[in-house]
Design a protein around this ligand. Structure first.
Ligand code: EPZ
Length: 420
């Protein structure tokens, strides 16, 4: 397996263009199944999960091609043949095909979707919501079978937890359903908003976009039209490089970074002493030589601080001044990165499975470490940028799930980093 080699000690300087958002692109690509016309989805990142989604769409009867600037999708004979999503496995985001295929075809057979190992990641909320919409589930041979004997109908759904994936699945199932669907307690993440905007561009009627209360007017089986849609830039990738800047005392321009989606992140960076200015080009960040640690950092659903950036913030704080209590409230396994960081010299105390205390140290040492999930892997890369000597990060496949080319991006910012 490849590894990333980093020679630490360089402050990030310069500008980097932020890739399109993985977590926005995937459900939008799945949503093309609800149309009967061509869509052009601009700015999709070239990463493994997107390639996998493209091949799943092909197996579901779509003509799909990568073109300059985006992916063209034409759903030709969706719901014909033996596809029924048999190939759906191995990535969490394939789960949004559940709502899309059910919405379009009324049935699906799929394997349990995989994804990063950051917690149990149950799908009970998805199943309960879809049941309320007339879907009947059965399991056998490790597969999940879903049918809607009387067709999918609208429902009033109250989500006990603002799940991003469950909100997306409900939307995807609701758009072509019969009648109105109300989602109370919907996730407000920008990726849900991007999906709503694409669906609206295709003719869906969705009210309350960006709020916790969504209303969808079902189209009783009438397919949507296609649309030309631009995926927003990836706020998590932008946040990764922002914390890279804060960690190394850098000075960077994050081109295209979605400033309006990153308020909580910018607030933490500012507490750490960085100056962040949103400009027309993106976000300009200037960081002091050593970050200051805020007393407390707590992850929360949007618009709170994203769980996906918690590991990178933690890594950036390891060499700061002061101490910070970090509370993870979304996923239970998000502190797996603590052990390799401690081996590099960080002072981090695990208080309980959801809380750690980090105390700034004056030096980290380069080591050979292993990424065990996507965001933790990116955090180890940031630690390598700060460390003295060479750091080797193994488990690069995890990192490549979310970053088109993290080494190239960081090299553009002056880092001494290569993938070997
Ligand atoms: C999405 O995952 C993202 N993935 C995650 O990003 C992100 O960390 C997460 O939202 C939170 O922002 C994609 O968009 C593909 P959830 P998702 O359902 O939809 C619990 C990355 O690194 N829950 O909002 O799976 C769950 O356990 C990835 O890019 C249930 O209990 O997250 C968690 O505690 C990793 N039952 C909370 O809800 C369910 O049926 C939020 O999860 C569903 C979720």
């Amino acid at each position: 397996m490849d590894s990333i080699h980093i020679q630490g000690g360089v402050a990030l300087q310069g500008k980097v263009l932020i890739q399109g958002s993985k977590n926005a692109a995937l459900p939008v690509l799945a949503a093309t199944l609800l149309t009967n016309e061509t869509s052009f989805i601009r700015g999709c990142p070239r990463i493994a999960d997107v390639y996998r989604m493209v091949s799943l769409l092909k197996s579901l009867g779509c003509r799909v091609s990568w073109e300059d600037g985006g992916i063209r999708v034409r759903p030709v004979c969706v719901c014909e043949g033996e596809m029924q999503g048999e190939a759906i496995t191995g990535m969490r985001s394939s789960l949004c095909l559940l709502g899309a295929v059910l919405g379009r075809c009324g049935e699906i057979v799929m394997e349990h979707p995989g994804g990063c190992v950051i917690g149990e990641r149950p799908i009970d909320l998805h199943l309960a919501a879809l049941r309320e919409m007339g879907v009947v589930f059965s399991e056998g041979n490790g597969k999940l079978r879903a049918v809607s004997p009387e067709g999918i109908h609208g429902a009033r759904i109250r989500l006990p937890m603002a799940s991003v994936g469950a909100t997306e699945n409900i939307l995807l199932a609701a758009v072509l359903a019969e009648g109105e669907t109300l989602v109370e307690g919907a996730a407000r993440e920008p990726e849900v908003t991007a999906l709503c905007r694409y669906l609206s561009d295709c003719g869906a009627v969705i009210e309350g976009i960006g709020t916790g209360l969504l209303r969808v007017e079902g189209r009783c089986g009438e397919a949507l039209r296609g649309a030309d849609f631009a995926v927003p830039a990836d706020r998590i990738v932008a946040g990764t490089y922002l914390f890279g800047c804060a960690a190394t005392g850098g000075n960077v321009l994050l081109e295209r970074a979605p400033c309006d989606q990153m308020e909580a992140v910018l607030h933490v960076a500012e507490q750490m002493g960085s100056r962040c200015d949103g400009t027309r080009e993106g976000i300009y960040v200037q960081s002091p030589r050593r970050p200051r640690l805020p007393a407390r950092l707590r992850t929360a659903p949007y618009p709170g601080f994203p769980t996906d950036l918690q590991s990178m913030a933690l890594a950036a704080m390891t060499m700061g001044e002061g101490s910070c209590l970090i509370e993870e409230t979304i996923f239970e396994n998000r502190f797996r990165v603590v052990e390799p960081l401690i081996r590099m010299g960080a002072d981090i105390e695990i208080l309980d499975p959801g809380r750690v205390r980090v105390r700034g140290v004056s030096r980290l040492n380069g080591r050979e470490v292993e990424a065990r999930e996507l965001r933790g892997g990116a955090a180890l890369v940031l630690a390598g940028l700060m460390a003295e000597g060479q750091t080797r990060v193994r488990g690069v496949d995890f990192i490549n799930r979310g970053y088109e080319n993290i080494c190239k991006d960081l090299r553009e910012l002056g880092a001494r980093i290569v993938s070997v």
